[in-house]
Structure formats: structure tokens, C-alpha cells
Ligand binder design. Structure first.
Ligand SMILES: Cc1cc2nc3c(=O)[nH]c(=O)nc-3n(C[C@H](O)[C@H](O)[C@H](O)COP(=O)(O)OP(=O)(O)OC[C@H]3O[C@@H](n4cnc5c(N)ncnc54)[C@H](O)[C@@H]3O)c2cc1C
Length: 473
């Protein structure tokens, strides 16, 4: 008697860990030859390369708490000061203000000194506390199935609509798109503010103003917002794998379908049939759609309606002297409509984290692709490296080829929580719990955003699945 977990990304592994704490037997079926999903760290010639996430938000404690539980507490590291971040506009890097919350300064002084914004935009931002509360409800994008009855009354709007309404139109292209859209490689005109940035929605609802709500928030630029592990995020995956009982993780075992059979669940995978009392689907929503298709057509179509973006990260290293820019900060994002470059963002890895590159080297990681540039991932490695190098040459003052270059592509990997997302997820969860009790969906395609949320969501799913296993406990 056991739980079957579909997918061994951080969500599936966190679910597995939680079940092992509860002494509930389980099997993890993973399509790929390795566990970890989007978390992958490589070590080449003394350089630590993160292919996917490089850090976790300290504000959301689920990830750091899990690291502590796994004995990784002493391995947790913080970003290196100065922690300044920049926005590229017309070839110039403008620092984000401090204190600020997601690019919105929390003081009037910071607002008026916000050189990135034209004067009119600064004035408009300054009067945000005077803008009355209000909702401009955006319709659900037409490619998504309309929400079912359970979703009635849900109100949502796009990130762009929220920014336009509260902070003024100039902040959409200069702040929302590069910063908030950039985090998700998405289009702020369709991303859901309620799903992705509930802090903003709550701030308006409770205080009538975002700036008023965040007034007094400590300085983002100076505060220690992010944590990682000394040898990279891959340490977390390795520690979780070590906790799995022998044989509990089966790789190269892509799940095809879930069927009800004699009061239990039968899961068909590339590795054969497995039966269980509960199933936790911790795969991307497009994979969940295929897995659930025979069980619940409506849930499958709602899963299939979660759009995904493809991105690539390009890691490059130069001798430090080859980069003329001081690299005093953590990196920059690109305001796409105000520049003619293909990169969306660049992390100054060797400035952001200690020990990621040998002394005397500058390690940079640039991102291309996303909803705005889906064809970018189809470039060859050489084309991509060349394109990134040309972009960085002008911005950071680099004339020579990199000493090291590594490309990682993530196709259909970034879930896009578009307007109406939470209503659709609620409908999937309600349908499954009503019609197929014991089957759960979890992870970044559903309620979770980023690694800490995935960990919390996976552990919650395990806590919900555990009571379905009645024997052997
Ligand atoms: C480039 C990049 C940078 C990022 N940076 C950060 C960051 O710094 N901080 C942060 O918090 N978040 C970051 N994120 C987001 C974060 O990586 C994700 O939110 C998180 O890793 C998602 O984990 P998951 O387990 O839900 O999904 P995944 O990691 O996608 O795992 C899903 C697993 O399911 C498997 N699978 C798929 N189909 C099947 C099937 N049919 N049967 C069995 N298995 C299947 C997949 O192979 C995969 O292993 C970043 C994402 C990207 C792409």
C-alpha cells in the first residue's frame, strides 16, 4: 500500500520526503534519467554553474527550513554585498531604488530620485496613495477554457493592468515587464497579479495603497533577500535523494495514464504498472494533462490550458580584466521596449555569490527566450553564445571571447499563471477531490511559484495523500 508520486522535481522530492517522515511507503516515477527537474548544478573547471534556479527567497521559509531539516543549515549562503540590481534602458544601467518592493520605492525620496523613470512617471508614482481602490477586471484569455461554476465570482487582473491602474502607464514597460514579467519569462499583459504577486493585491485591499502598505519596509538592495547552498542548488536535490529509501525513485519511468482499479489507482509508466492508494501528480501541468486525460477530461483540459514558456540560460566566464564594468551588484534586467538586445536579464554570478568562479574570473549568466522571444531556444549553442556575447559586449564593455561558455535550454518549463489561473486550479482540485479522491496535483504548474512554494506545496500534497494509505503504517 503506497502513494505514487509522478515527477521528481523539487515538488515531487519534497512530497517524498514528507511521506518518509510520516512513514508512508511511496514510489516516485520520473520521466528523465535524473531527479531534480529544473534544479541542476554543474561544476566545470572550478566554476559552479546553475542551469535553473540559483537561489531561494528567504522571506518564504519552506526552502531554508527544509535545508535545516536535512542538515544543510551550515551550507546555506547569502548574496554578497553590494546587492544592487539594475534595469537596462537605452543601453544604460539604472539602479533599482532602495528601499523598494519589486521595484516600487517605499519612500517619497526614493520615488523622486528614481532616474529610470521620466519625471512625469515619478510624479504619477508619488501620488499612488491618492488613487482610489478599484478593480479593473480583465476577461480570462480566450485560449483558456471558461472557469466552471466553482470559479464564479473570482476576480483577477493582469500584472500590467494593476501597474497601469496603481502606478501609472510608464511603469508597465520599465518595471512590471522587466522585473515581474522577467521572473516568469512571461507577458505582464496576461500574467495574473492575484496568482503571482498577491502581496500587491492584499496591500491595495487592506491599505488602499501599495506604497502606504509597504512604507517602512526594510531596504531591498541592502537586505539579504536570497539564499543558496555553497555548492549550488543541486546540493538540496542530492540531500533529498539520500533520504529516499532504496528503490523508491524510478527514473526513465514517464507516466502515461492513471486509472481507477478496484478502489485503488493504477499508474501506467514507461517502467510498467504500479498500483497505489493515492497519486500525487508533481509534473508540469501539460504533462499532468496527458496523465489525467482518461480519468477526468475537464481537469485534463484545464491543465492543458496552463501555458508554458521556453527559456535558455547562457553561462559565460572571462578573466576579470576582460570585463570593463565594475559589476558591483547582482545583475540587471532588460526593459525590452527600450532596448535592442536579445537577452532578457543577466546575473553577475561571481559578484552575487562567493566561490562560484576561481579568483580573477568574472562569471555571468544571461537569459534568453520566454514568451516575448520563443524562437530564441531554437538557436544553436554557438548562435546563442554569440548573440549573448554581442549584447554583453556593449553593455558591460567586453571585447574578447569568453574563456568558458555553457548553454542550458528549458523547453516548455516555465508555467505561466495567467489571469484566472487560481480559479482554474481550484476547479481542478475540486473535481479531483470530489470525483477521484486520492489524486492530487501540485507544483509550479498549479499553486506553487518558485522553489520555496514548490516545497511547501509538495509537502502539503503529501500530508493530504498520507491518510489514503491505510495498511503498513
Ligand atoms: C532558468 C530558471 C531559473 C529559475 N530561477 C529560480 C530561482 O532562482 N528561484 C526560485 O525559487 N525559482 C526559480 N525558478 C523556478 C523553479 O525552478 C521552479 O518553480 C521549480 O523548480 C519547479 O519545480 P517542480 O518540481 O514543480 O517542477 P519541475 O522541476 O519541472 O519538475 C517536474 C518533474 O516532472 C517530470 N515529469 C514530467 N512529465 C512526467 C511524466 N509524464 N511522468 C513522470 N515524470 C514526469 C519532469 O521530468 C521533472 O523532473 C527558475 C526556473 C527556471 C527555468
Amino acid at each position: 500500500m503506497s502513494v505514487i508520486i509522478v515527477g521528481a522535481g523539487i515538488t515531487g522530492l519534497a512530497a517524498a520526503y514528507e511521506l518518509s517522515l510520516r512513514r508512508v511507503p511511496f514510489t516516485v516515477l520520473e520521466a528523465a534519467p535524473r531527479a531534480g527537474g529544473l534544479i541542476l548544478t554543474e561544476h566545470i573547471d572550478g566554476v559552479t554553474i546553475e542551469a535553473g534556479p540559483d537561489s531561494v527567497l528567504a522571506q518564504k521559509p519552506a526552502a531554508t527550513a527544509l535545508c535545516e531539516e536535512l542538515g544543510l543549515g551550515p551550507r546555506l549562503i547569502s548574496t554578497t554585498p553590494p546587492r544592487a540590481a539594475f534595469v537596462l534602458k537605452r543601453g544604460t544601467l539604472y539602479p533599482l531604488p532602495s528601499p523598494a518592493v519589486l521595484g516600487i520605492p517605499t519612500t517619497l525620496k526614493g520615488t523622486f530620485r528614481y532616474d529610470l523613470l521620466p519625471w512625469g512617471a515619478r510624479l504619477r508614482l508619488a501620488i499612488e496613495p491618492l488613487i482610489p481602490r478599484g478593480h479593473s477586471i480583465t476577461s480570462v484569455p480566450s485560449e483558456c477554457p471558461p472557469p466552471g461554476p466553482s470559479a464564479a465570482g473570482d476576480e483577477d487582473e493582469s500584472v500590467a493592468a494593476f501597474f497601469r491602474r496603481r502606478f501609472g502607464p510608464a511603469t508597465v514597460d520599465l518595471l512590471a515587464e522587466p522585473l515581474l514579467g522577467g521572473i516568469h519569462a512571461g507577458d505582464v499583459e496576461s500574467l495574473s497579479v492575484r496568482s503571482l504577486f498577491p502581496r500587491f493585491v492584499e496591500a491595495e485591499a487592506r491599505h488602499g495603497s501599495v506604497r502606504r502598505a509597504f512604507h517602512g519596509t526594510r531596504a531591498h538592495g541592502r537586505a539579504d533577500l536570497f539564499r543558496s547552498l555553497s555548492s549550488g542548488m543541486g546540493e538540496l536535490i542530492a540531500a533529498l535523494e539520500r533520504r529516499l529509501p532504496a528503490g523508491a525513485l524510478r527514473c526513465n519511468a514517464a507516466v502515461q495514464t492513471i486509472r481507477a482499479k478496484s478502489g485503488r489507482w493504477e499508474v501506467e509508466s514507461a517502467g510498467g504498472l504500479v498500483a497505489g492508494d493515492a497519486v500525487i501528480v508533481a509534473a508540469p501541468a501539460h504533462a499532468a494533462a496527458r496523465v489525467l486525460a482518461l480519468l477526468d477530461e475537464r481537469s485534463a483540459s484545464l491543465c492543458a490550458a496552463v501555458p508554458y514558456a521556453s527559456t535558455a540560460s547562457v553561462t559565460l566566464a572571462w578573466p576579470r580584466g576582460a570585463v570593463r564594468h565594475p559589476l558591483a551588484g547582482s545583475g540587471f534586467v532588460v526593459a525590452r521596449k527600450h532596448n535592442d538586445v536579445r537577452i532578457a536579464a543577466c546575473t553577475w554570478v561571481s559578484s552575487k555569490w562567493a566561490g562560484r568562479a576561481p579568483v580573477g574570473f568574472a562569471l555571468l549568466r544571461a537569459f534568453v527566450g520566454g514568451v516575448a522571444d520563443p524562437a530564441a531556444v531554437d538557436m544553436t549553442d554557438d548562435q546563442m553564445i554569440d548573440s549573448v556575447r554581442r549584447d554583453l559586449a556593449g553593455i558591460l564593455g567586453i571585447d574578447t571571447p569568453p574563456a568558458l561558455a555553457r548553454v542550458h535550454r528549458w523547453r516548455d518549463a516555465g508555467a505561466q499563471h495567467t489571469v484566472g489561473h487560481l480559479a482554474r486550479v481550484t476547479e481542478i482540485e475540486t473535481r479531483l477531490s470530489t470525483n477521484h479522491p486520492g489524486v492530487f496535483v501540485t507544483g509550479s504548474g498549479f499553486r506553487a511559484l518558485g522553489v520555496p512554494d514548490c516545497i511547501a506545496d509538495g509537502r502539503n500534497a503529501a500530508a493530504s495523500a498520507a491518510p489514503y494509505v491505510k495498511i503498513g503504517r
